[in-house]
Design a protein around this ligand. Structure first.
Ligand code: ADP
Length: 511
């Protein structure tokens, strides 16, 4: 007893293999690459935000240093106006009086005094030269840390060397109202992309270079220097925020990655489509070889059979003999046409197909083809109706090629008709064109196939088509011929209802 055999390997699925190559070699790596790029863009955005914030913090640090330096310069200027005597004295009353006498704000300082041992002693004793004790004392003064709540700046002698230390503390009102305002107005207003705001430790506004309605700043710093201790300075950029800017950059980068992905996808589809087309073509080619061999064998076998019968004189009647001759004739015509198609097609493929154009009377070409084929057509039980409009204009055509194109259409009308065996050939003119239409009531062509049937070797998927022999070269040839004439082939068809194939040619002198 035999058991049905089970296939041990999957059938050779070309499409599946192609898909797996694309997925494995191209799609997966590109998805992985996109994933990595997206993550990288996100991390880079965070790093960017962090770096920009650090930069802003540094800017605030420099701003404070600059502000302090300008305060030092102001203190030195005021101290010079006060004079060494009052400075060495250091008492508030003496300083205030000296400030007022110099035309300065007397409540400018809460403390201002100069520590300069050698000047003090020289002033007292009228001594000019420095003793070693003076030098020691001076070093101690210069190296001493600033006192709590006081700023200090070296006091220079006429030779440019430090001779003491000026210690001071601006009054709050002066530091806030004058120093801070003057500094920011001078350095930032109208000039910079930066917006700065200074507030009191309690939050009260001291100064801002521009309004900030939502009150959001990028970074904030508490000032350390004695004159400005506890004040807060905050910074933002005028038209952008660090995070907003970074997110915008991220969005652009992601959009770019998306675009690259899309391009890649489109490229992939294109390549995939091409490879599939090539694969289909090679399958169609092998179908073609099988079809053509069959097409050649069948008529040859018939011709041989009837020729032998005739030769041996085994024909019962004259009618039978005539019928055999007709079959031989019809089959050899089929063979000739098939071979003509194949030869023409190979000439086209090699770019060697030549046309001999000349003024052509379409009605005559049509009449010749109809004359040659009316009999075999009617023999097969078809009715053939021919309508040719009178006074057709001439076209510029290769008569033989045009006849061949028409013959191919007639042949298809015969091949693809089943019960309703009626063919209509209609020739009309209008709009600078001559139209030769061949209509049948055959199996028809589905809409989705109507473009493909003009591709070489293509035969419609319909099972009915495969009952009929063919090479898949007829329509591509017709299309090539018509395009060489500056014309086109049109198809109108309804599956199950029939088809009309039309050769459209430009009138002579209009093409
Ligand atoms: P062949 O006829 O040798 O198959 P063609 O290139 O002439 O090759 O035609 C290609 C395909 O177009 C046919 O296989 C058939 O599917 C379809 N076709 C052509 N003419 C007709 C028609 N008159 N009616 C229905 N289908 C047609």
């Amino acid at each position: 007893m035999s058991t049905p055999s089970t296939p041990v390997s999957a059938p050779d699925d070309g499409r599946g293999r192609l898909v797996s190559i694309f997925v494995g070699a191209v799609l997966l790596p590109s998805i992985a690459l996109s994933y990595v790029s997206v993550r990288f863009a996100r991390e880079l955005t965070e790093t960017r935000i962090h770096t920009d914030r650090r930069r802003a913090e540094k800017t605030l640090h420099y701003i404070e240093r600059d502000l302090v330096q300008s305060a030092h310069a102001k203190a030195l200027e005021a101290a010079r106006a006060v004079g060494t005597e009052a400075l060495l004295d250091g008492r508030q009353a003496a300083v205030r009086q000296a400030l007022a006498e110099s035309g300065l704000d007397e409540s400018m300082f809460e403390a201002l005094h100069l520590e300069a041992p050698s000047i003090r002693i020289a002033g007292k004793n009228g001594r000019k030269d420095k003793s070693p004790e003076d030098t020691r004392e001076l070093r101690a003064v210069l190296e001493a840390p600033p006192r709590e709540g006081e700023d200090q700046v070296p006091w220079l002698g006429p030779d440019g060397n430090p001779v003491g230390m000026l210690r001071f503390r601006f009054s709050c009102s002066y530091a806030h109202v004058r120093l801070v305002k003057e500094y920011f107005e001078r350095e930032f207003v109208g000039l910079s992309q930066l917006v700065l705001r200074v507030t009191e430790p309690g939050g009260g506004l001291i100064y801002e270079t521009a309004r900030t309605p939502n009150g959001q700043f990028e970074v904030e710093r508490r000032m350390e220097s004695a004159s400005f201790r506890g004040l807060k300075v905050a910074l933002r950029y005028k038209d952008v925020s660090i995070a907003g800017d970074a997110r915008r950059w991220q969005l652009w980068t992601l959009a770019l990655i998306g675009l690259i992905d899309l391009t890649l996808g489109a490229g992939l589809l294109l390549v995939y489509g091409n490879v599939r087309r090539e694969m289909r073509l090679s399958r169609l080619k092998s179908d073609f070889v099988a079809n053509v061999s069959h097409e050649l064998k069948t008529p040859l076998a018939l011709i041989r059979l009837f020729a032998e019968t005739l030769e041996l004189g085994r024909v019962p009647s004259k009618e039978k003999a005539d019928q055999y001759y007709r079959i031989i004739n019809k089959e050899s015509q089929r063979l000739t046409q098939l071979i003509n198609n194949i030869l023409d097609f190979s000439r086209i493929e090699a770019g060697r197909k030549e046309y001999r154009f000349g003024p052509t009377d379409v009605a005559r070409v049509v009449a010749e083809v109809v004359d040659a084929y009316r009999y075999p057509i009617e023999q097969q039980g078809f009715s053939l109706e021919v309508e040719v409009a009178p006074d057709l204009p001439e076209v510029n055509a290769d008569q033989e090629a045009l006849g061949q194109a028409l013959l191919n259409l007639m042949n298809n009308a015969l091949k693809f008709s089943r019960d309703r065996k009626a063919i209509v050939l209609r020739v009309t003119a209008g709009g600078g064109l001559v139209r030769i239409a061949v209509s049948d009531h055959g199996i028809g062509v589905a809409k989705s196939e109507q473009r493909k049937i003009f591709e070489k070797f293509y035969r419609a998927e319909d099972g009915l088509v495969h009952e009929t022999k063919g090479s898949g070269l007829g329509l591509p040839l017709v299309k090539h011929i018509l395009e060489a004439h500056g014309g086109r082939v049109e198809v109108e068809s309804q599956p199950g209802q029939g088809s009309t194939f039309t050769l459209v040619l430009p009138v002579l002198g209009r093409g």
